[in-house]
Design a protein around this ligand. Structure first.
Ligand code: FNR
Length: 377
């Protein structure tokens, strides 16, 4: 730890300090339906709530007297080094909060050497993002398409554009039951905020029916209940990029992913937005780590808000985490500068949390002891 004892207390900027204030500020600023779309979860939001309370069930038992004057936050995943144990979760339709969301986020991620996982449903396409922000690690999140040819085509485009990995989201074969969106009749998809990757795709254009509206066709394509391991096997044949599956929660699915030649998993319940009543991601993590063994790349999301959460997820088996909703709020409030401040603050908080837990490296964080309490909150 460089700097002085009071370094982080004396940071002064106009950015809300802490995730609770950040969310409150976004609520104050954004139109109700937009804030509702980002904040809300599926159904009665049981899983959304549990994603947070799960963190409070685990306590870190810190180590001390271990000379933490140098803390190294870097990680290695599939042979690549990244500076922090967090990545940018794919969030679609961010044009609902900002004019040029994808470039802004990709730029911040590149400046910090953290992977930017671009959603399928962004305002700018794979090619546009890679041209505007050629530097920095970029991964592509793929929503499978009802027309398999589009999925394979998008994967091919990502590989050609120099993306480092494909993240196939497997928990969104249809849209979750989202009552805020129903209440406000709000669909960012219908507004065209996430169409770039489709309209620029040759397989999409080929599949467009005579006179069919592009947005209607995208909506039709996003519904893909047929998704099956056979599709993943086919994708495995077609791309040289590492493939991650996002949304795995059962250890048996994790084992099957390994058998299918998959390179990594994102343990996630989509921030409680897809199926309500399902297990909080954090509680699913230890059994999945056990099932896949110590060296298989495991990423984690759903509920991460601050440094201690990152430490807990790493200690329970994750190699890195994905940050979701908070950066959408930061982008809404202060654009690129807001995202920059949020990630810089998280980086600092992670570093301080590592030091105060007695861990000098991410590998040492993974060895920390957590006490699981069995009371329910
Ligand atoms: C998402 N998420 C998501 N996931 C994905 O694979 N593709 C996508 O396009 C989106 N879009 C999206 C939009 C919005 C508004 C939210 C809040 C989330 C899920 C996202 O990647 C991640 O799994 C969750 O955000 C994690 O939960 P927390 O940490 O944000 O609560």
């Amino acid at each position: 730890q460089k700097g002085s004892f009071l370094e982080h207390i004396t940071i002064q900027d106009s950015f809300p300090i802490g995730p609770e204030q950040l969310e409150a500020a976004a609520k104050h600023t954004l139109p109700e339906e937009v804030f509702g779309h980002i904040r809300s979860g599926a159904g009665g939001e049981e899983t959304l709530r549990k994603n947070r309370t799960a963190f409070e069930k685990y306590s870190i038992i810190p180590r001390c007297l271990s000379n933490v004057s140098q803390v190294d936050t870097s990680i290695r995943i599939l042979g690549k080094e990244y500076t922090f144990p967090f990545m940018v979760a794919p969030i679609g339709h961010l044009k609902m909060v900002h004019e040029e969301p994808d470039y802004a986020i990709a730029k911040v991620a590149a400046s910090m050497n953290i992977p930017y996982i671009q959603s399928t449903v962004t305002a700018r396409s794979i090619e546009e993002v890679s041209e505007a922000v050629p530097e920095g690690p970029k991964w592509f999140q793929l929503y499978w398409s009802n027309n398999d040819a589009i999925s394979y085509s998008m994967a091919e485009r990502a590989e050609k554009a120099g993306y480092e990995a494909i993240v196939v989201t497997v928990d969104t074969v249809m849209l979750g039951w989202r009552e805020d969106d129903m209440r406000y009749q709000y669909s960012p998809l219908k507004k065209g905020y996430g169409k770039a990757n489709y309209v620029q795709d040759p397989a999409f254009q080929k599949g467009l029916k005579e006179g069919q509206d592009e947005i209607d066709s995208i909506i039709e394509n996003l519904h893909h209940p047929h998704l099956h391991w056979d599709n993943i096997a086919e994708l495995r044949q077609r791309t040289n990029l590492p493939i991650f599956l996002k949304g795995i929660l059962h250890p048996e699915d994790a084992k099957q992913a390994i058998e299918a030649g998959i390179d990594g998993i994102v343990v996630s319940n989509h921030g409680g937005r897809q199926m309500d009543g399902i297990i909080p991601s954090l509680e699913a993590l230890p059994a999945i780590r056990k099932a896949v063994g110590p060296d298989f790349p495991l990423l984690f999301d759903s509920g991460i808000r601050r440094g201690a959460d990152v430490i807990k997820a790493l200690a329970l088996g994750a190699d890195a985490i994905l940050l979701g909703r908070p950066y959408a709020y930061a982008l809404a409030l202060q654009g690129e500068a807001g995202v920059q401040k949020l990630f810089a603050n998280l980086a600092q908080e992670v570093s301080v949390s590592m030091a105060l837990s007695g861990a000098k490296t991410v590998e040492e964080v993974k060895q920390l002891t957590l006490k699981a309490s069995n009371y329910s909150l």
